[in-house]
Design a protein around this ligand. Structure first.
Ligand code: 5RP
Length: 219
């Protein structure tokens, strides 16, 4: 079974968590694209979506799904998104697609975070996937120097401008054992917009696409 087939199976399985007549929080990425396609099949049964990126907004609108401004929504029943890595504590690294800040904002108002992923994303320890950190452009080098002092190896993601007009440092060589503490520490660096650790607000449900079918893991 291909990795994309496992992503698709996880994406479609998330439909079960969508409440009728609700506004759905929608993440970003190739796995979420399958979820958006699935959402299109029940578009008449939902009010619409709050989106975490311009790319997801475009795909939602192309399917005729209304996209609401986050400022007009106080709470979402579910937020559905992928991950670059997820551990057994349901802590994640996200931001491979550079949408981490808006993803974290939309996730923050959701009652349930449903993570959809193929089996390769489940890890014992976070950090093999480089940790994305979104920075204000003028602070990039200053933040990078602080991260080096913290033991990380930051690499500027050249040519990448986020939907917020910011830049990304991908931090290599970090074996992350205290994800919640590191998430807070990175957020405290002046010039950091967000980091890709989703530990303080991790996933509530993981739908993991595997060759044997979609496995459901609850946090
Ligand atoms: C985008 C993300 C994605 O959820 C993450 O990169 C996983 O992507 P994919 O579903 O394409 O494997 O955090 O910023």
């Amino acid at each position: 079974m291909s990795q994309d087939a496992m992503k698709k199976a996880a994406g479609w399985a998330a439909l079960e968590y969508v409440e009728r007549d609700s506004i759905v929080g929608v993440g970003t990425g190739s796995t979420v694209n399958h979820f958006i396609d699935a959402l299109g099949t029940i578009k008449d049964q939902i009010q619409g979506a709050v989106s975490s990126s311009e790319a997801s907004t475009e795909r939602l609108k192309a399917l005729g799904i209304e996209v609401f401004d986050m400022n007009s929504v106080s709470e979402l029943s579910v937020y559905v998104d992928g991950a670059d890595e997820i551990n057994h504590q349901m802590e994640m690294i996200k931001g491979g697609g550079a949408a981490l800040t808006r993803e974290k904002i939309v996730a923050s108002v959701a009652k349930q975070f449903i993570c959809i992923a193929d089996g390769s994303k489940l890890v014992d320890t976070l950090g093999r996937f480089p940790l994305p950190v979104e920075v204000i452009p003028m602070a990039r080098s200053a933040v990078a120097r602080e991260i080096v002092k913290m033991g990380g190896d930051p690499v500027y993601r050249e040519g990448c401008i986020t939907d917020n007009g910011c830049q990304i440092l991908d931090v290599h060589s970090w074996e992350i054992t205290e994800a919640k503490a590191l998430e807070a520490q990175l957020n405290n660096l002046v010039g950091v917009v967000t980091n890709g650790l989703f530990a303080r607000r991790g996933a509530d449900v993981l739908l993991l696409g595997t060759p044997e079918g979609v496995k459901t893991v609850k946090g």
